[in-house]
Design a protein around this ligand. Structure first.
Ligand code: B12
Ligand code: SF4
Ligand code: SF4
Length: 315
């Protein structure tokens, strides 16, 4: 079977498994991205995400991630769902409303790898999604899935940026696709919309100022000053932040995801701060069980809720 035939087969199987985007790229080391990561780490922009500093070169060098990598299949899956952002209401970002995406993508990639092994016996592969030490967005752009926008996220012309990413690193050669070019042009809406100035300039995000980091990643510990000092910045965000995506023109006419797992959570729009405050641990678990928010647990929810309450009262 030729390299192109194999690619066509892989692409149609990936679509059948529910991926909205699929492409292939070569496993080339990117020194620019490695340098950007080192700069970012030196500035301390990763905050408490110490995992980002571990084996940094592996993120931009596919052969350090998997020896003998000869191609990367990059995939994307839309998670967009209707949202009614209002600064007067507690807000949970869309990604946290459905089932944990890492598992959803991993299961589909496992099935894709199994399929590739059935048509090309002897193929070896390694799955990457989110927590794996590699640059999901770089490989997605190189495989033509979209471009890395000024908000640092991968944007696709048709599906927008509410898309999760993953990859299959393979020891076989597959015909590569062309990388996508930048379509941000002179738009700056994401930078203008960021309430905390976390997007310091195009393509540079200081995570320690990002609401997503403050509400999901930052460990509060006992009176953690890094968190306490940032109460006003959190605003009405109970978990995660979508502002630099909501304003993006490429997200204006996108449609809701077809993936059931990402539509699983209920009751996230028009949330009432008093009703949320009345939730006991059991009621919280019943209401948000199985969603990303639920997985992070009651303590994180309560901690964030207290801050949001203060902010909404001062609004
Ligand atoms: C750490 C992390 C975070 C951190 C830091 C974010 C960040 N931008 O680094 C925090 C907690 C803040 C975060 C937040 C979110 N995250 Co996050 N996160 C990651 C993770 C694990 C690593 C990202 C990383 O490598 N950071 C290191 C820094 C240095 O990279 P960077 O900011 O992208 O910078 C690069 C570019 O700017 C580039 N660069 C520099 N100059 C230039 C110039 C040009 C022209 C170009 C093209 C590039 C370029 O160089 C840098 C290195 O490549 C990835 C998963 C993964 N393994 O890749 C998910 C990931 C990026 N997150 C994801 C999501 C969904 C989110 C949130 C939307 C969740 C939410 N709603 O709250 C927010 C979005 C915030 C934002 N605007 O980025 C998705 C994004 C999907 C997509 N469409 O892009 C990913 C890919 C997970 C996944 N597998 O789906 N995240
Ligand atoms: S997710 Fe929110 S805080 Fe973070 S960069 Fe985007 S708009 Fe700013
Ligand atoms: S809001 Fe504008 S600048 Fe930002 S990612 Fe979207 S198109 Fe690019």
């Amino acid at each position: 079977m030729g390299k192109t035939d194999l690619k066509d087969k892989i692409k149609s199987k990936a679509k059948q498994l529910g991926f909205d985007l699929v492409g292939v790229c070569q496993p080339c080391y990117s020194p620019e991205d490695h340098d950007h990561l080192l700069c970012w780490l030196n500035k301390g922009y990763h905050g408490q995400m110490t995992y980002m500093a571990r084996k940094p070169r592996q993120r931009s060098d596919p052969r350090l991630f998997m020896e003998n990598t000869r191609s990367i299949v990059a995939v994307g899956i839309s998670y967009f769902n209707d949202t009614d952002y209002s600064p007067d209401k507690p807000y949970v970002s869309i990604y946290a409303r459905g089932r944990p995406y890492q598992k959803v993508i991993k299961d589909k990639l496992k099935a894709l790898l199994k399929y590739i092994q059935s048509v090309k016996p002897g193929t070896k592969g390694k799955i990457a999604v989110d927590t794996s030490p590699t640059f999901d967005k770089l490989w997605a752009q190189m495989a033509g899935l979209g471009w890395r926008g000024k908000n640092t996220l991968l944007v696709n012309r048709n599906t927008g940026s509410f898309v999760f990413l993953g990859e299959l690193f393979l020891n076989i050669e597959i015909e590569p696709d062309n990388p996508e070019i930048d379509h941000c042009a002179d738009c700056n809406k994401c930078l203008e919309s960021c309430p905390t100035g976390a997007l310091e300039k195009p393509h540079l995000l200081n995570a320690t100022k990002c609401i997503s980091y403050l509400t999901t990643e930052l460990d509060s510990g006992p009176q953690n000053p890094e968190y306490e000092n940032n109460i006003p910045q959190v605003g009405n965000h109970l978990f995660g932040c979508d502002l630099c995506q909501i304003v993006c023109p490429y997200n204006k006419s996108i449609v809701r995801t077809n993936t059931e797992e990402f539509l699983a959570g209920q009751g996230f729009n028009d949330m009432d701060i008093d009703k949320l405050s009345d939730l006991t641990e059991t009621k919280f678990e019943n209401r948000f069980q199985g969603t990303v928010l639920g997985e992070y647990g009651f303590n994180r929810f309560k901690r964030n809720l207290e801050k949001v309450k203060i902010n909404l009262e001062n609004h």
